[in-house]
Design a protein around this ligand. Structure first.
Ligand SMILES: Nc1ncnc2c1ncn2[C@@H]1O[C@H](COP(=O)(O)OP(=O)(O)O)[C@@H](O)[C@H]1O
Ligand SMILES: [Mg+2]
Length: 260
């Protein structure tokens, strides 16, 4: 709850299994960012409990909890704190007072992992938005965060940047078992995740496997989320008298949507 005492998040309960990729969806103002801030203790809940990895989030544990959670925000420029890529990835590690040798090796390791190994000496103005977001992700990974929250982390990127970061998120989740929460209003993006939670006015109006959830048209309507063209085509074909018997076509449209 913010100072103006308006209830932004209410009656909300969910669990995120380790190693999963969960999407939190919702229209502007539905409470997504507030939820992320609650999880890292930047906003205090009026009631209820939050457990991260069995630790209850309280004033006493907030620093321990923050060691487990990293957030990558929307604007790639606001979160670049280093003079160069190397310094930027090292920044969090220096704050954690990790020994110098260890910092050097982690910076190399995670810069390479996000495909920025050759850019260590570059300054932010020499990088694209997607590259800056990849550096932000490397910073979170280098701190060995158990969970990384992406709050609309691709919304300010050009299509190429969106693709870079999307592929990186998929790779981290599938190949490194990284627990990921992506906050988004992009249904196509959320379709790639394991589980989706749809918020409206601070409450959950639907949750489940994205492929099952996003075909619920009344839910989509209620959520006020923009339905991407591919998904809309799929739903239209399902209702079209002459096309709806064509199972191969329906299957093909669906597979195409997932692949994008
Ligand atoms: N710092 C703040 N102080 C007061 N109200 C806020 C603050 N930040 C967000 N809100 C309100 O909380 C609601 C949810 O906002 P937010 O969590 O940012 O939604 P989303 O990320 O889904 O767009 C909105 O009504 C917004 O006006
Ligand atoms: Mg937001």
């Amino acid at each position: 709850m913010y100072d103006d005492k308006k209830e932004v998040i209410k009656d909300l309960s969910f669990e995120i299994p380790k190693g999963s990729w969960v999407s939190i969806l919702g229209h502007n103002g539905s409470g997504k960012s507030t939820l992320a801030k609650l999880l890292v203790g930047l906003v205090k809940a009026e009631s209820g409990q939050i457990f991260i990895d069995d630790i209850e989030l309280t004033e006493k544990t907030v620093n321990d909890v923050r060691k487990k959670l990293g957030i990558v925000f929307q604007n790639p420029d606001n979160q670049f704190v280093g003079v160069t890529v190397r310094h930027d990835i090292a920044f969090g590690l220096e704050n954690m007072q990790i020994p110098h040798n260890e910092i050097v090796s982690r910076v190399d390791e995670y810069a390479n992992l996000v495909g920025m190994g050759k850019y260590l000496t570059k300054e932010p103005q020499q990088l694209s938005g997607g590259q800056k977001q990849r550096v932000a992700i490397a910073g979170a990974l280098a701190m060995h965060k158990d969970i990384i929250i992406f709050d609309e982390a691709t919304s300010m990127l050009d299509p190429e940047g969106v693709m870079e970061v999307t592929h990186l998120i998929q790779d981290l989740n599938k190949n490194y078992n990284q627990t990921i929460i992506t906050i988004t209003h992009d249904l196509d993006f959320a379709l790639k995740s394991d589980y989706a939670i749809i918020l409206k006015e601070g409450s959950i109006i639907g949750e489940g496997k994205p492929s099952e959830l996003f075909v619920n048209e009344s839910l989509l309507q209620q959520s006020k989320l923009t339905v991407p063209l591919g998904l809309k085509t799929y739903l239209d074909v399902l209702h079209d008298a002459s096309l709806k018997e064509n199972k191969a076509l329906i299957e093909a449209i669906w597979t195409y949507n997932l692949k994008k």
